[in-house]
Design a protein around this ligand. Structure first.
Ligand code: FAD
Length: 385
């Protein structure tokens, strides 16, 4: 029978970052099991690649304060590009309530050490981007070290480094069962046979609840479809632009290749494993796009290039990280609620520390444990995109 000290289920960006951090900490026996023939076919390959530290809760800010500098120095550390582009995130407020929210977040972010965030006035935003319809913009929040990464490249970088330093990756291998004995986790059943191990990490993205179930754990993670629309080449808006968020509708966009990538979270979307792109979404998003950026009336889009993927949502929009209560050796890294790419480096560090030392300095990991849901300790993040 095959054996491994630590088995990671799922080879997306989270499993890859954990594999990297474990091998970088000296683990020689890490096995990643991925059911697809190639990595990145889950949420990671569908992501918009946005990274930001402009959050409202300390734990999310802390995770970004580790992750964004990590992405900035990725190539030096790992020898592979992350595609980090520090073009910023610009939140545009259209009400006093929005502005109060951004100001409160700003105060927290600065107190926690974020130096590059500021609150531009409405006039400054008008000057930065005269193409925006700004009659209702009352101000905003901008952080220049926020920006974008290439999620696929970062995932491959993490995993290549891990594999070069002793980790094994089994692709095309489905985990079908988790075995336990009186000590806790004892092994796995897979489509390529059994694996004996005492430590399993659930990194199965939107499918994490099914994997958790194999160990008898109920995971409050629900898949929620998100759709993205890339445009054809477009030169009537600057390509140096940040991610721009219209807080009146939630419409947001960023430069991508010679065009732009458009996103809007339809409030009527319902949970479920839906990964088909709905062509009716194009009109909905273009209406919001042209409302905020009048020149976007001239955008051309090819519906065949648009796509859909799954967010892994938790009830409080924070991930579930750390040991699963009652199952010694079973660890969770799930439920990123739209932030899994930007928080992958921090998640790798947190899980590696918890697995290897039982504690973690980066964040108060007890805040993110599964038991918060049964103990009434949810931590609401209001700055969800
Ligand atoms: C449209 C869209 C836009 C997004 N934009 C952003 C963004 O701008 N910024 C950001 O930070 N995040 C964003 N996200 C969220 C981010 O993509 C995810 O949080 C992140 O990719 C989760 O990574 P993961 O490794 O946990 O999951 P995944 O990438 O889904 O990987 C899980 C892997 O587990 C494998 N697996 C599942 N079950 C089994 C099994 N039984 N056996 C073996 N393998 C199994 C799957 O095949 C899959 O490869 C976006 C998501 C979507 C859909």
């Amino acid at each position: 029978m095959q054996t491994a000290d630590i088995v990671i289920i799922g080879g997306g960006i989270i499993g890859s970052s954990i594999a990297y951090h474990l091998t970088a900490a000296g683990c020689k026996s890490v096995l990643v099991i991925e059911r697809e023939t190639a990595q990145g076919k889950g949420s990671t390959g569908k992501s918009m690649g946005g990274v930001r530290a402009q959050f409202s809760t300390p734990v999310n800010i802390q995770m970004s304060l580790y992750s964004i500098p990590f992405y900035a120095s990725f190539e030096d550390r790992i020898g592979h590009p992350s595609g980090y582009r520090p073009q910023g995130y610009l939140f545009c407020a259209t009400s006093g309530r929005h502005m109060a929210h951004l100001s409160a977040n700003y105060t927290k972010q600065v107190a926690m050490g974020l130096k590059e965030v500021r609150l531009p006035t409405a006039d400054e935003i008008r000057n930065m981007f005269p193409q925006l319809r700004s009659d209702d913009i009352v101000g905003g929040s901008f952080c220049s070290t926020d920006g974008f990464v290439d999620p696929y490249s970062a995932m491959i970088g993490f995993m290549t480094w891990a594999a070069d330093h002793g980790a094994k990756v089994w692709k095309n291998t489905l985990v079908t069962g988790i075995q336990q004995d009186e000590r806790g986790i004892a092994g796995l059943e897979t489509s390529k046979g059994a694996v004996a191990t005492r430590i399993v990490v659930n990194c199965a993205g939107p499918w994490a609840p099914q994997v958790a179930k194999m160990a008898g754990i109920d995971l409050p993670v629900e898949p929620l479809r998100r759709m993205l629309v890339p445009t054809e080449p477009f030169d009537q808006f600057p390509h140096s632009a940040p991610m721009i968020i219209d807080m009146s509708t939630g419409f947001h966009f960023r430069p991508e290749s010679l065009g732009f990538l458009l996103a809007w979270n339809d409030p009527e979307e319902t949970t479920g494993y839906k990964t088909d792109f709905d062509p009716a979404f194009i009109e909905k998003i273009l209406t919001r796009a042209a409302d905020r950026v009048p020149v976007f009336e001239n955008l051309a889009v090819n519906p065949k290039r648009a796509w859909a993927g799954l967010y892994e949502m938790t009830p409080d929009h924070h991930p579930i990280l750390g040991p699963a209560p009652g199952v010694p050796g079973f660890f969770l890294a799930n439920g990123f609620s739209g932030h899994g790419v930007m928080h992958a480096p921090a998640t790798g560090k947190i899980l590696s520390d918890l697995i290897l030392t039982g504690k973690c300095d980066l964040v108060d990991a007890s805040l993110l444990g599964l038991s918060r849901f049964t103990e009434g300790r949810m931590i609401e993040e209001t700055a969800v995109l």
